[in-house]
Design a protein around this ligand. Structure first.
Ligand SMILES: NC(=O)c1ccc[n+]([C@@H]2O[C@H](COP(=O)([O-])OP(=O)(O)OC[C@H]3O[C@@H](n4cnc5c(N)ncnc54)[C@H](O)[C@@H]3O)[C@@H](O)[C@H]2O)c1
Ligand SMILES: [Zn+2]
Length: 362
C-alpha cells in the first residue's frame, strides 16, 4: 500500500493505512530524528487526534510538544508563522528536530513553510487529515502562506521526509469537506486514469460510507498519479505538473471572485472542470458524452457544476487574467480530449471563456 515519491536524495514514502496514527512513533523511529519533536495542528483536529499522536510519540521515546494554530485559511499567514517560530524556539527545537503537520492543507502548507525556513530548514512529516490533503496538498512539497495581496505568494518547494495517511480520520471530516476532496480525485481520473474515473462511478455508495478498501484505493491511486507527476517535474518548471491544474484556471478565479467565501476549493474546481470541458467541446477536442459523465459523477457527490448568479462574470475574467498561470491576452487551459487524457492549450480566447461562463451560470 506504500508509494514512493522518487526525487533522488529527497525521495520519500507515502504510507496509506487505516488506524496508522497509534503507530506513528514506531514509524518515525527509523528516521534518525532528534527526540524533541513538534506536532503542529489546529484546535478542531487537535481535539480529535493530538492525544493519540502524542501518546504514540511518547511511547517511542520522543519528547513531543503540541503547537496549535487557528482553524481556517486566514491562519496561513506570516503572523501565525512567527508565533510558531517562537514556540519552536521556546521548546528548543534543533536542526534535526522534526515538525509533524497534523491537519488539512492549511496546517500542512503552513507547517511545511515553517519547516523550510526555521533554522534554514528542519525535517517535517505530513499527516494529512482531510481528503484534499491526503490526495493532493501533502504530496509534492509545495509549501506556502498567504499575503493580504494574494494566496500562496510566499512559499518554497520543500519535500517532507514522509507522508503518513490514516484513512480512518476521514470519518470525522464534515461531508462537504469530504466531497470537496472527491473533486480532486475526479480530476486525477480525467487527467490520467480512466479506470479511476470508472471506479469512482461504480463505487459511489461505498465511497460515501467510507469503506476502508475503497477509500484506500482512491487515495492510493490519486497519490500515485501525483507522485509520478511530481517526480518528473518537482519544481513545476517543465510543464508536466501543469496538468494538475485541470479545472483550476476557472476554479481559482471563481474562488477569488467570491472572496473565497462561497465555495470550498474542490467545489470551485468542480465548476472549473465542467467549464474547461465545455471549452474542449467547443474546440472540437471532447465529446459531449464525456462532459456528461463528469457532470453526473460530480453531481452524485453534491458538487456544484454551475456557479451562482451573484458572481459577476467580469470579475471572474478579471481574476483569471491576474492569475499567475495565464499569459497576457490569452488564457491557458488544461483541456480534456477524453476521460484519462488532457492537453495544454495556450490559446483560449477571452470570448470563448466568456461564452462558456455565461452558459454555466445558475
Ligand atoms: N501545497 C499544495 O500542493 C496544495 C494543494 C492544494 C491545496 N492546498 C492548500 O490547502 C488548503 C486547503 O486545505 P483543506 O481543504 O484540507 O482545508 P483545511 O485545512 O482548512 O481543512 C478543512 C476543515 O476541516 C477540518 N478538519 C481537518 N481534518 C479533519 C478531520 N479529520 N476531522 C474533522 N475535521 C477536520 C479543519 O480543521 C478545517 O476546518 C488551502 O490553503 C490550499 O491553498 C495546497
Ligand atoms: Zn486543487
Amino acid at each position: 500500500m506504500d508509494i514512493t515519491v522518487e526525487l533522488g536524495e529527497r525521495t520519500y514514502p507515502i504510507l496509506i493505512r487505516h488506524n496508522i496514527l497509534p503507530k506513528i512513533g514506531e514509524i518515525l523511529e527509523g528516521l534518525n530524528l532528534n527526540p524533541k519533536i513538534a506536532v503542529i495542528t489546529n484546535p478542531t483536529v487537535g481535539k480529535l487526534y493530538s492525544k493519540i499522536v502524542l501518546e504514540a510519540l511518547e511511547k517511542a521515546s520522543f519528547d513531543p510538544c503540541l503547537i496549535q494554530i487557528p482553524d481556517g485559511e486566514t491562519a496561513k499567514s506570516l503572523e501565525v508563522c512567527h508565533l510558531v517560530y517562537k514556540e519552536l524556539l521556546n521548546h528548543k527545537l534543533e536542526r534535526d528536530s522534526a515538525l509533524i503537520a497534523l491537519g488539512g492543507g492549511v496546517v500542512g502548507d503552513l507547517a511545511g513553510f515553517v519547516a523550510a525556513t526555521y533554522l534554514r530548514g528542519v525535517p517535517y512529516i505530513q499527516v494529512p487529515t482531510t481528503l484534499l490533503a491526503q490526495v493532493d496538498s501533502s504530496v509534492g512539497g509545495k509549501v506556502a502562506v498567504n499575503l493580504p495581496e494574494g494566496k500562496n505568494l510566499i512559499g518554497a518547494f520543500y519535500q517532507p521526509k514522509m507522508v503518513i495517511i490514516d484513512t480512518d480520520v476521514l470519518k470525522t471530516l464534515p461531508k462537504r469537506e469530504f466531497n470537496s476532496g472527491i473533486a480532486e480525485v475526479v480530476k486525477y481520473g480525467v487527467i490520467k486514469d480512466e479506470s479511476l474515473f470508472k471506479y469512482l462511478s461504480n463505487h459511489e455508495s461505498l465511497i460515501k460510507t467510507l469503506d476502508h478498501d475503497v477509500l484506500s484505493y482512491i487515495v492510493k491511486t490519486s497519490c500515485k498519479i501525483k507522485a509520478e507527476i511530481v517526480s518528473r517535474d518537482e519544481r513545476d518548471a517543465k510543464g508536466i505538473r501543469m496538468i494538475l491544474n485541470y479545472g483550476h484556471t476557472i476554479g481559482h478565479a471563481i474562488e477569488g471572485a467570491s472572496n473565497y467565501e462561497r465555495y470550498l476549493h474542490g467545489e470551485a474546481v468542480s465548476i472549473g472542470m465542467v467549464c474547461a470541458s465545455q471549452i474542449a467541446i467547443k474546440k472540437g477536442y471532447l465529446l459531449k458524452e464525456d462532459l456528461d459523465r463528469q457532470k453526473q459523477l460530480l453531481s452524485s457527490f453534491n458538487l456544484p457544476i454551475r456557479f451562482s448568479s451573484d458572481i459577476s462574470i467580469d470579475k471572474i475574467m478579471e481574476v483569471m487574467e491576474y492569475d499567475k498561470k495565464s499569459n497576457i491576452g490569452k488564457i491557458r487551459f488544461i483541456l480534456p480530449k477524453r476521460i484519462g487524457c488532457v492537453i495544454i492549450e495556450n490559446n483560449v480566447s477571452r470570448d470563448l471563456v466568456h461564452e462558456v461562463l455565461n452558459g454555466q451560470r445558475e
